[in-house]
Design a protein around this ligand. Structure first.
Ligand SMILES: NC(=O)c1ccc[n+]([C@@H]2O[C@H](COP(=O)([O-])OP(=O)(O)OC[C@H]3O[C@@H](n4cnc5c(N)ncnc54)[C@H](O)[C@@H]3O)[C@@H](O)[C@H]2O)c1
Length: 380
């Protein structure tokens, strides 16, 4: 097997999810490449050393520029807050590194375009971690649509609901709460949660033409962890938007961090001429499917447990015996497996930076529409 030396930046939530994926992928998938946990990079040397010990990284860096300058690093994995993605990715591309970047690609479309230009100029393989594409039930939804089973698509409906920012005492900014600080996050639920819904939607249902959105910031001021002072909150706490897809279908999207009782309720439903499908992250191994072509007396929503083998249920033959399910972390392992397989063949694997730029343009149009209170075209 060929080693692929990984330099991963940021040891938070995603740093752990990706490290886990690199460690497990070759145990379950037959691949030409094997990721090697060469270096972890974080600003705090002590914490980085503890992370390296726990996850098996060979070395530690405290400055991502030094990591990128190292000849023994093949791929840079960006697991830092959104405001650092562009600078790191552009520098990594210039250094000829393979890049795996967390979502959202960038703070906004224009910044994302510079990243796309950098990786395309340097001709470096690149991918963005919109991992939900690789939950087997979601991958299967893609297959069913591609097989034409739904026919013409009329409706796309997606939601991503959470409830963790309702307290006005929750501060913004700093290590764990950068998502509430617009300077670090770029936007609120739009770039954080809806970006996932948008990526899945573009993948399953094609490009969007235009959007009409509303956003709200329920808590207007929060103490900033770094300054200790109350500061204006610049993120959108909630966002709902209507969209027209280029295939003529109509869509609704909603996301909030104020839906008491919901922790990470990502759901989507697609209604076509012949059939409908629905998926729910809280029950992620199931795909709900309704087929109008079924015999009348048996016609009903089927709840498909996407855990079977024989090539029918995506990725599942790589895991346990049929009927036994897998979870959230496996979507990252699948992404690494697909990326490494693409690398061996010299083929790009989506979502590439260019694919993720399309999501960024939708986010830009959504945030613009919320300001102008008008329908806005999505930049193509
Ligand atoms: N794909 C997904 O489902 C998913 C889920 C969560 C987060 N994300 C994305 O992953 C990224 C990171 O989010 P997270 O939840 O892991 O955040 P986190 O706060 O848990 O971790 C961020 C890490 O980055 C480090 N960091 C910040 N600036 C740095 C710098 N200049 N140099 C080195 N390290 C630095 C922090 O110390 C921390 O270890 C974000 O872009 C986020 O949107 C994606």
């Amino acid at each position: 097997m060929k080693p692929l030396n990984i330099g991963l930046i940021g040891y938070g939530f995603m740093g752990r999810a990706h490290s886990n994926a690199y460690r497990k992928v070759n145990n379950f998938f037959d691949l030409e490449y094997q990721p090697v946990l060469k270096a972890i990079c974080a600003r705090n040397a002590e914490n980085a050393a503890a992370f390296a010990k726990k996850w098996g990284y060979e070395s530690v860096e405290t400055d991502w520029r030094k990591l990128i300058a190292r000849d023994d690093i093949d791929a840079i994995d960006i697991c830092t807050p959104n405001n650092s993605h562009a600078e790191i990715a552009i520098a990594a591309a210039k250094a000829g590194k393979i890049i795996l970047c967390e979502k959202p690609l960038s703070m906004n479309g224009p910044e994302g375009l510079k990243m796309v230009q950098a990786v395309e100029k340097a001709k470096v393989p690149n991918i963005v971690w919109y991992n939900y594409r690789r939950v087997p039930a979601v991958t299967m939804a893609k297959k069913l649509i591609e097989e034409g089973r739904l026919g013409k698509i009329f409706h796309y409906r997606a939601k991503f609901l959470q409830d963790w920012t309702i307290s006005p005492d929750l501060p913004q900014g700093g290590a764990a709460l950068w998502r509430l600080d617009v300077k670090a996050a770029g936007s609120g639920v739009t770039g954080d949660l809806l970006a996932h819904c948008i990526d899945t939607a573009l993948w399953l249902n094609g490009s969007m033409d235009s959007v009409s959105a509303m956003t709200e910031t329920f808590i207007k001021e929060r103490k900033h962890t770094l300054t200790g002072k109350k500061q204006k909150v610049g993120i959108d706490d909630a966002c709902a938007f209507l969209a027209r897809f280029k295939n003529g279908s109509l869509a609704t999207f909603e996301s909030t961090r104020y839906a008491r009782g919901h922790k990470a309720l990502y759901t989507f439903e697609i209604n076509g001429e012949h059939a409908s499908i629905a998926w729910d992250l809280h029950d992620l191994h199931r795909l709900q499917y309704f087929d109008h072509k079924d015999e009348g007396k048996l016609r009903a929503w089927r709840s498909i447990h996407v855990t079977d083998h024989g090539g029918d249920h995506p990725y599942m033959d790589k895991w346990w015996v049929p009927g036994l399910q897998i979870g959230y972390e496996h979507s990252f392992i699948h992404q690494v497996a697909d990326f490494l397989a693409g690398l061996a063949k010299g083929k790009p694997v989506g979502p590439t930076f260019r694919d993720a730029l399309e999501t960024q343009y939708v986010c830009d149009a959504v945030l613009k529409s919320a300001r102008t209170k008008k329908w806005e075209k999505v930049k193509q």
